[in-house]
Design a protein around this ligand. Sequence first.
Ligand code: ADP
Ligand code: ZN
Length: 761
Amino acid sequence: MVDATDLADREITRERLDQASSSQFAAQGSCLKEARSLLQRLWGYEDFRPLQEQVIQALLDGRESVVVLPTGGGKSLCYQVPALLKSGLAIVVSPLISLMFDQVSSLQEVGVAAAAIHSGLSNQERQLIAGQIRSGELRLLYLSPERLMTDRMLGFLEQVPLSMVAIDEAHCISDWGHDFRPEYRMLSGLKDRFPQLPIHAFTATATQEVRQDIARQLGLANPQFHVGSFDRPNLIYRVLPREDRDQQVISTIRRHPGESGVVYCLRRKDVDDVTMMLKQAGFRALPYHAGLPDEERHANQHAFLNDHVEIIVATVAFGMGIDKSDVRFVIHTGAPKSLEAYQQESGRAGRDGLDAECWLFYAQGDSALWRSLQANLPEEAQQTAQQVLAGMEGFCQSTKCRHRAIVEYFGQAGESGKCGACDICLGELTEVEDSLVVSQKILSCVVRVEQSFGADHVCKVLVGSRAKNILNRGHDKLSTFGLLKGVDLKVLRHWIEQLISQGFLERYGEYSLLRVTPAGRLVLKGVQSPRLLVANSTSFRQTGIAQVAWAGVDRELFEELRDLRRQLAAERGVPPFIIFGDAPLREMASVRPLSTTSFRQIRGIGDKKTSLYGEVFVAVISRYCHERNLAGDQFALRDQSQNSPPATVDQSPPIKREPGEIQKRAYELFSSGQELEAVAKVLERSRSTVAQYLEEYILDRGLQDGRPWVEKNEFSQIEVAFEPEDNRRLKPAFDRLNGQVSYEKLRVVRACLQNRGHWPM
Ligand code: ADP
Ligand code: ZN
């Protein structure tokens, strides 16, 4: 992992850092200032997120702390930045080699001297690291808990000036959580060996018990608790009944051509089946589950992390240790056993803060499967398991905003109002017209069968089934028999679940019989009104989040830059996301920097990355612009249209962002039928910029006809040059037309074709 020559040219030595932080004992304010300046210089980010700032202050002050931030919340910087500003070596405890490897590579990529000691190192490599520790060059040392807690390591570290211990995935110390690791318990002994050394614990796990347990187990002295919001505004949640699994999975993947995603299955067999199915359908997919030989599992994980395949199909075994930042979708082909598990698994999407989709396809049978797996648990554990399972079922059936439901489950107040990023708020589920009457019919049927039957039976009575067990009990004589004749049984079942999740019905007893709650009685009296929904899953629109995140991004250039990133990553032996995340890549594809100076201004790119990659990227971008007669260095556009990075969710929630003023004026001019050239003149913008506006305008309005920008005959000519497998790329069509048609016209036609459904969205 750590190569001597590599370290020598990459590291930031203590001396250089000291130039940045003139004194360890500077006033607090100026410490934060130095922290910010490091952030800008090394990482190329403008500022800390609010909670990061608090945490960094606490770490600089040596206040022990427990930090809870969701995946993608930016935990690593919270300890990495202070580690560079404080004197002494920072120890980072991490459970898995793969996690250490990614962190160390990322640090080295921005020019920080960091290393990990693990079983895979040669003696010589170990010696090299030890030397760097003694000389004070190394700033962060990553260790597993079991390695740190050996007498030998502790003895060695006692002779070295240390700044702090940061414990990553700290919830592993608690057996209250779902990821308990006995090795983590050994960390309880840290305080005995290093009573003065501040310890900071980091986790994404939410529950209060776990947080307290972490502090207790580690023996933290009066720790500060920093708890961030559990909402992940960039994730778009959709929860649908599973109907045709394979079809549902395929059409979801088609929304993400060329992008990375995870498909979770409940059972190994499903993993194998789905992988096979996807391969046959022409996708690059690999399986991952605990039943595969170690080697194959590792190879498959490696292929996914390094973008050799787009899709990994997995059981829950695939998870911790994956910090690939550009996972653009997570599909669940069945409901997990708890909402906590769902949050963790779906949370692997969009760590980079960019839009990502989380689709959950559930069925009644999922819960039954979990119950059967939990049947052997001790009584108490079984009860808890069933409780959390019920929480998951409630989530599936609920008509509440998904973001809000998740946040509230973890005990935080959810935002009221529409999130713009879930099926409920996007209106993809429509309300049944006479919800109240339908609900009353269902509830009174439950009463008529004397609250002694389960959902299946109630449904059968309502649709007027002549099944034996209905007739035998004389339930065909009930006044509610056949009241909802013609309604699909599945839909009816769904409504019953909705009534349960809204608290109007409840299940009781061993056989899950239905009864009406006091709130349900109010419905029968017409005092309260439930909302019943049906999924109109025919069209899942592109959400505002995705539109904004892609606004102005030249997808074709983005793809070219992605190829370049993949190539560089292979040369350097690191996963592509370590080189750049998707966020800087999208910004490059929108701004098109033409010099290393402007390259450095892309958010998320610091000094080191500019010197390592600036020239190659600028070369590709310049050629691209030249070939298409496009202007570069469009910073004004970036800053004017969105005051904040085009795609991250840091500053302002992207959902609320509107097209900029100029863009709106362009739209007006287009709608009055103005030509591109004329609009460019009026707005004093380059043709290429205006061509982008035009494409967005056509997409926004759903236009399917290219006039007046492309005449009918020409449109037909261009249309045939676009092949669906081009993935919206312009270049193949450009080539097929022998370079005779401008990219501007190609864009117009592409947008119209997209609106006609030529490509899956
Ligand atoms: P976590 O460990 O909490 O899951 P990471 O530390 O991996 O999160 O950070 C998630 C993403 O957010 C990374 O791509 C990181 O570079 C980015 N990030 C972190 N802090 C900032 C910041 N202040 N501004 C912009 N991006 C940031
Ligand atoms: Zn919502």
